[in-house]
Design a binder for this molecule. Structure first.
Ligand SMILES: [Zn+2]
Ligand SMILES: [Zn+2]
Length: 122
């Protein structure tokens, strides 16, 4: 299992996760319906260029919303188009972008350079 912690302060950001494959992106219809989560709860996927870890929206208990409300823009949720909108809840470093709007994916994208993944045998 893998746990991601903040590079800056070593605060634990996520639940215990196992690696999974990302589902292929589905068609996003503009119908004001929030998409199904991109990955199952308890799993994470690595994006195509390894700069992001894709997590379920409920797997990041160690993060907090960015204090700049300009980062938390969206229609039905957060669109994640204005920069990272989740920070480490201890030190405030930008660590992830949450997308949960009706026209975006529904996921957490952890920024790979801001987190450390530690793997323990299951
Ligand atoms: Zn909407
Ligand atoms: Zn931190």
């Amino acid at each position: 299992m893998t746990v991601f912690t903040c590079t800056n302060c070593e605060h634990r950001l996520t639940n215990d996760l196992r690696e999974a494959q990302a589902a292929p992106p589905g068609d996003v219809l503009f119908d004001h319906r929030i998409a199904d989560p991109a990955v199952a709860q308890g799993t994470y996927a690595i994006n195509h260029d390894a700069t992001r870890f894709i997590l379920h929206p409920d797997d990041v208990p160690g993060t907090a919303l960015h204090p700049d409300s300009g980062r938390s823009v969206g229609c039905c949720g957060l669109d994640g188009q204005d920069g990272p909108n989740l920070v480490c809840s201890r030190c405030g470093t930008d660590v992830a972008t949450k997308q949960s709007d009706c026209w975006t994916d529904n996921l957490i994208a952890l920024i790979a350079v801001t987190v450390v993944g530690s793997t323990e045998p299951a």
